[in-house]
Ligand binder design. Structure first.
Ligand SMILES: Cc1cc2nc3c(=O)[nH]c(=O)nc-3n(C[C@H](O)[C@H](O)[C@H](O)COP(=O)(O)OP(=O)(O)OC[C@H]3O[C@@H](n4cnc5c(N)ncnc54)[C@H](O)[C@@H]3O)c2cc1C
Length: 343
């Protein structure tokens, strides 16, 4: 079975809420520009919403050559059925070569529906995307310029490269924070096509009666300084030291899954493969062994300081500054020194 498109264009689903574009969509536009450059094709931002035309310019400034904007009051807030209908219809009509989504709650809900309706493959939670060739061992056929969908597999112990040679569009969701966003280029020009979709009752079976939102208490992804505690932090009091150091440095509190599982800190603080991907100027890992799943979320930090009692802890392989010692002794010394310096 094949379902291959003639287009070479790279589409990005632009996620927006109340007129604010999700960071991950801007990150994906930068990646899409790189992929389209290799394919010698165009980047298209697909945006659903109601009266959000002002956002099209931002999408173009961040890398799109073209914006497809579906405008309808029923698209004002995300709902699976109307969004899936619009996206699937456009994909089937225009047959992009590649379609990527952020691996957000919305992307994870929408992308599988579109993939299933389009009979295309989908790789979830990619950490990288490249263009490359593949030769089938079975029939020796070579497929050029495929989307290489790269992600950790088998518990993060291997990095798998997944391809969809035959069923297009080649679709992937990509984790937030793993691609680098580009500075907007305000001189970039692009076209905007407005689409006015129609819906029937079955598309609107679900109604939103009210909506309550809560601001996240932390912003790990954008914090320049993160102090994380792990399984080596064995009590609430010791975790207070991690919080205090973060506070003195003006940073955020992060954690490994061991600390989250121990109930020392909430899940939104988790850094790693199943947590947030961060790239701060300074990352302090206290009592964290450096398991591959944790490293996947922080190994691109500009400077890493690790505090660990075990001189052979794997975290030291990537740390720029290595402190072998007990965090309950080392952290208070760091806090004292920083406070002294601030006087
Ligand atoms: C599919 C999958 C996804 C995962 N996703 C994530 C993820 O997103 N993020 C994540 O973090 N993990 C994740 N994990 C779990 C990961 O494999 C590790 O189990 C976890 O990272 C271990 O956390 P840790 O290093 O803090 O704890 P531990 O493995 O318990 O290590 C504790 C470290 O602290 C040191 N130590 C002990 N006492 C002290 C002390 N007093 N002072 C200083 N050092 C001390 C020890 O020497 C040790 O190195 C995932 C696992 C799987 C299978």
């Amino acid at each position: 079975m094949t379902n291959q498109s003639n287009s070479r264009d790279v589409w990005v689903f632009i996620e927006q809420e109340e007129g604010v574009i999700a960071d991950v969509s801007l990150e994906l536009l930068a990646k899409a520009q790189e992929l389209a450059g290799t394919l010698d094709s165009q980047v298209c931002g697909l945006m659903c919403g109601y009266q959000v035309e002002d956002l099209a310019e931002t999408v173009i400034h961040h890398g799109a050559d073209r914006v497809l904007w579906a405008d309808h009051p029923e698209l004002e807030m995300y709902r699976t059925l109307p969004y899936a209908k619009v996206t699937t219809k456009l994909v089937q009509e225009q047959q992009p070569y590649i379609l990527i989504f952020g691996a957000t709650a919305i992307g994870r809900d929408l992308a599988p529906r579109v993939a299933s309706a389009s009979r295309a493959g989908l790789t979830a939670d990619c950490t990288d995307l490249q263009i490359g060739d593949y030769t089938s061992k079975k029939d020796k056929r070579t497929y050029n310029d495929l989307l290489l969908q790269i992600r950790p597999a088998f518990g993060g112990n291997i990095i798998a490269t997944i391809i969809n040679p035959k069923m297009h569009p080649q679709m992937a969701t990509v984790r937030e924070g793993v691609m680098r966003r580009q500075e907007p280029d305000v001189t970039r020009q692009g076209s905007v096509e407005k689409i006015e979709p129609t819906f029937d009752e079955s598309d609107l079976a679900l109604r939103i009666l009210s909506r309550e939102t809560r601001e996240s208490e932390i912003n790990l992804k954008d914090s320049p300084i993160i102090v994380s505690g792990g399984g080596g932090v064995d009590s609430e009091e010791s975790f207070e030291l991690v919080r205090e150091l973060a506070h003195v440095l003006g940073g955020e509190v992060g954690a490994s899954r061991a600390a989250v599982d121990a109930g020392l800190v909430s899940r939104e603080h988790q850094v790693g493969q199943t947590g947030t991907t961060v790239r701060p100027r300074l990352y302090i890992a206290a009592g964290i062994s450096g398991a591959v799943q944790h490293r996947a979320g922080m190994d691109e930090s500009a400077k890493i300081i690790a505090i660990n009692t075990d001189p052979n802890a794997p975290i030291f392989e990537i740390a720029h500054y290595k402190i072998v010692g007990d965090l309950t002794e080392v952290i208070p010394m760091m806090i004292r020194a920083l406070r002294e310096k601030a006087k």
